[in-house]
Design a binder for this molecule. Structure first.
Ligand code: K1U
Ligand code: ZN
Length: 170
């Protein structure tokens, strides 16, 4: 089922997510709903915080054909190099706002997948950018927090406008 995505500056987006204790049937349903919602919103990632579920769960799909979803449960991301890389980020919770953010170039991801199997990978490129963007969501951080006050004000106004237009479209 499609889930509503919280929009900036909704305070619920600032909630700190709790670890997943057990991958229950309910969580498996949430995972498939989040994957469906991510595709519908044309995203490459989605954190549970964005659908108002405050558990440490991220879904992602960077594939061309949108047929290779990945699930990260209780993820831990460790920067492996000091070097940072800028990337023009967007966010499904901040529609139509894109801006440059610098993040560590190479990171280690430790997590569990949907079957409870261990994930332990070193990643660079868009996967590294995306996992750090999603990890921020689980810690109540939104990419606009890295931008200037002026840009944050503009982002708030832009989201308000986009939501009004979406309401009219019904
Ligand atoms: O809000 C989210 O978490 C999803 C977000 C993830 C993300 C985008 C860009 C960089 C890092 C992480 C999106 O999927 S935004 C929409 C999108 O597909 C996209 C936007 C900019 C660059 C690449 C993809
Ligand atoms: Zn986001």
């Amino acid at each position: 089922a499609l889930l509503p995505i919280l929009s900036y500056p909704d305070p619920r987006l600032r909630t700190i997510a709790k670890p997943v204790k057990e991958v229950t049937a309910e969580i498996k349903t949430l995972i498939s709903d989040m994957i469906e919602t991510m595709y519908d919103a044309q995203g490459i990632g989605l954190a549970a915080s964005q659908v108002d579920r405050h558990i440490q769960l991220i879904v992602m799909d960077l594939s061309e054909d949108k047929n290779a979803p990945r699930v990260f449960i209780n993820p831990k991301v460790t920067p492996l190099v000091e070097e940072k890389q800028p990337y023009e980020e967007g966010c499904l919770s901040v529609p139509d706002v894109y801006d440059k953010v610098e993040r560590p170039k190479k990171v280690r991801i430790e997590a569990l997948d949907e079957n409870g199997d261990v994930i332990d990978e070193v990643v660079e490129g868009l996967l590294a950018v995306c996992i750090q963007h999603e990890m921020d969501h689980l810690n109540g951080v939104i990419f606009v927090d890295y931008l200037s006050r002026l840009k944050q004000t503009r982002a708030r106004d832009k989201v308000r406008k986009v939501l009004k237009i979406r309401e009219k479209q019904g």
